[in-house]
Write a protein that binds this ligand. Structure first.
Ligand code: RIB
Ligand code: CA
Length: 340
């Protein structure tokens, strides 16, 4: 097995709107950090699934639960401009679990604005930091507007968002992260020519099943983050079924985890080189991500994932979660009916 020390350390800004699948992504990122494969330069929160104030609080509580009191946390600017996704993630964005979690360890009133924190880090470490954007692109667009060209100072920009050959999830044509702030998406998709995009075309196949989830968390009954995760997953399973996203299977889609998988396991995906445009005005198509099918010259701005090896994706996810949980709390072997 390749030892982590033999791989370059990747530094990451996670821009997020927690949100249940955002929490899966955060857990995975922390597991990769524990293995020495990545370092987290900052977590920057944004309004989306729920309000900017709530996503900030959720991220702070989750970082506290995971014992991370050092990672800088940014606050999103402005309030929700579109309909949120609380119908999927719960009014608090955390499956109504926020009261059970440790209190927030960051102050909304004194927190740095997410766009400002993004600019600060990219200017201090040009071409060294990857932005992983798993919420609406509001923060990235505001950073670009405040400092034109700053997004090109990122080593790369990885986005969970969009829907191309696949229908939308928040409308018939649009995916939530793009739909929520299409003007911001338009700014980001004009900012550089090598965006990495993980759209619904691949994430709609990433079903975290209730069976698989329970087999993980049951092995660590004494590890609080595992217990919290299981309750969150049970909630998301109920809402996912209502929204007919899982073909009747018990589980939910881990859209945002696809962006984390790309960081260390890019070979799980197949990409197309595309020129992506954002519909910002359509009555029925607002927030749609559009590419041109005609055989005409194009000026590509993105690498868009069009396929994923689902089995290998979850092999990597479970292996990293087990390794992370086992480091924190030795697993309890499954009860052996044959052991006296
Ligand atoms: O469309 C999926 C995206 O919208 C994910 O980022 C999920 O968290 C929701 O925000
Ligand atoms: Ca998200």
């Amino acid at each position: 097995m390749v030892s982590p020390s033999s791989l370059p350390l990747r530094s990451v800004i996670l821009d997020t709107d927690p949100g249940g699948d955002d929490i899966v992504a955060l857990f995975w990122l922390m597991a990769l950090k524990q293995r020495g494969l990545i370092q987290i330069a900052a977590v920057t929160t944004v309004g989306g699934n729920v309000s900017a104030a709530q996503t900030f609080r959720n991220a702070s509580q989750m970082l506290s639960l995971l014992g991370d009191t050092q990672t800088p946390l940014g606050r999103g600017l402005g309030e929700i401009s579109g309909e949120d996704a609380s119908h999927i993630h719960g009014a608090d964005g955390m499956g109504h679990l926020s009261q059970q979690l440790p209190p927030p360890i960051h102050s909304w009133n004194t927190a740095i604005a997410s766009p400002r924190l993004i600019i600060q880090i990219l200017e201090q470490h040009p071409q060294q930091v990857t932005i992983v954007a798993i919420g609406p692109l509001t923060n990235l667009a505001q950073a670009e507007q405040m400092k034109p060209g700053v997004l090109r100072q990122a080593k790369d920009v990885v986005i969970m968002g969009g829907a191309f050959e696949q229908g939308g999830n928040i409308t018939s044509h649009a995916e939530f992260n793009i739909y929520f702030d299409p003007i911001a998406a338009q700014t980001v998709f004009a900012s550089r020519s090598d965006l990495v995009v993980l759209p619904l075309d691949v994430t709609h196949r990433l079903l975290l099943s209730q069976t698989q989830g329970r087999s993980l968390t049951a092995a660590y009954p004494h590890y609080e983050p595992a217990r919290v995760l299981q309750q969150l997953w049970d909630f998301l399973t109920t809402t996912a079924l209502q929204y007919r996203e899982t073909q009747g299977e018990l589980g939910f889609l881990v859209h945002d985890a696809a962006a984390i998988a790309y960081l260390c396991y890019p070979h799980l995906f197949t990409f197309q080189r595309r020129q992506v445009q954002i519909e910002t005005r359509g009555e029925w198509s607002r927030g749609q991500t559009v590419w041109d099918h005609r055989l005409l010259p194009q000026q590509p701005n993105a690498w868009v994932a069009c396929d994923v090896d689902v089995a290998q994706f979850f092999t990597c996810l479970w292996a990293d979660f087990h390794a992370s949980f086992a480091q924190a709390a030795p697993p309890v072997p499954p009860s052996d009916p044959y052991r006296p």
